[in-house]
Design a protein around this ligand. Structure first.
Ligand SMILES: C[S@@+](CC[C@H](N)C(=O)[O-])C[C@H]1O[C@@H](n2cnc3c(N)ncnc32)[C@H](O)[C@@H]1O
Length: 267
């Protein structure tokens, strides 16, 4: 493996990251090991190579470093990390402060947000706190969203906290217009229904028109579940087609999408 060309590593890494059946923890370690085998620590990579990898893999610098660190672990260290943390995100966030990072100073036409909702019932199976820090409704409402005068908000709500999602939409200055449902390939937990869908709410601010008719999508998106809380990448394509040539900001992002500004404590 030592003579692998860096481009081959990038291509192979892309393949590994797109394997949906594998846990991200394992995929990240595998990619980290490939990077190391191609001489990353021996100075074989220059900053252009790393930039290309970040772009091709749609990851942040932080995630790249995490992959390398996972790749450096012994089998036992890795097995311990996997058993101690429910997800690679939880492992990467261990001991991280939760205060807000500065928001971008420029304003955006499109805001896409997936907040870390705090649930009323804690310590249930699959609770978000096992994966990342959550925020109270007030904390989320008080974020000063850098939205243009005329802007569209795409906001993921959760079924038990739908009222809260509408409150956030209102607090951020948007008027609710419609929603799309993401239907998952499997169901999870839930008190009344076992959740198999999530809602993406759409709201507008100022003088905004609906997308042209040819750029309107069906309100149902069928897509498989991936990591905890991870939303389907198809949503980026949908938003870009609905509102082309706009400026896009993702709040609470975990990945970097080309052409978008990403903000959150994991990017
Ligand atoms: C529901 S998840 C977003 C998942 C993302 N949409 C995806 O597809 O992977 C919420 C995110 O908000 C982040 N978060 C929690 N507290 C935060 C804070 N104070 N500032 C910024 N991000 C925060 C969490 O770490 C987590 O990455």
């Amino acid at each position: 493996m030592t003579n692998l060309e860096i481009d081959t590593v990038i291509e192979k890494g892309k393949e590994i990251l797109s394997e949906h059946h594998k846990q991200t923890f394992h995929k990240y370690r595998e990619v980290g090991q490939l990077v190391l085998a191609s001489g990353y620590r021996k100075g074989q990579w220059n900053s252009e190579d790393r930039k290309k990898a970040l772009e091709e893999w749609a990851i942040s610098r932080q995630t790249f470093d995490n992959m390398v660190n996972l790749g450096l672990m012994t089998e036992t260290e890795f097995a311990n990390a996997v058993s101690e943390f429910p997800s690679v995100h939880a492992w990467a966030n261990r001991g991280r402060p939760t205060e807000l990072r500065p928001l971008p100073e420029v304003k955006f036409d499109i805001i896409y947000a997936d907040p870390p909702w705090e649930y009323r019932v804690k310590h249930r199976r699959g609770s978000p706190e096992k994966h990342y820090p959550t925020m109270t409704l007030d904390q989320i409402c008080n974020i000063e969203i850098p939205a243009s005068e005329n802007a569209v908000l795409f906001l993921w709500g959760t079924n038990p906290l739908l009222e809260e999602a509408l409150k956030v939409m209102d607090a951020w200055g948007f008027k609710y217009k419609s929603n799309m449902v993401w239907v998952k390939d499997k169901f999870g937990t839930g008190f009344y229904f076992r959740g198999q869908h999530e809602l993406l709410l759409v709201g507008v601010k100022g003088d905004v028109h609906p997308p042209t008719e040819s750029n309107r999508f069906p309100s149902v998106l069928q897509a498989p579940v991936k990591e905890h809380s991870e939303k389907p990448t198809e949503v980026y394509d949908i938003i870009e087609k609905m509102y082309p040539n706009a400026t896009y900001l993702e709040l609470f992002a975990r990945k970097q999408r080309l052409g978008w500004q990403a903000w959150g404590n994991e990017v």
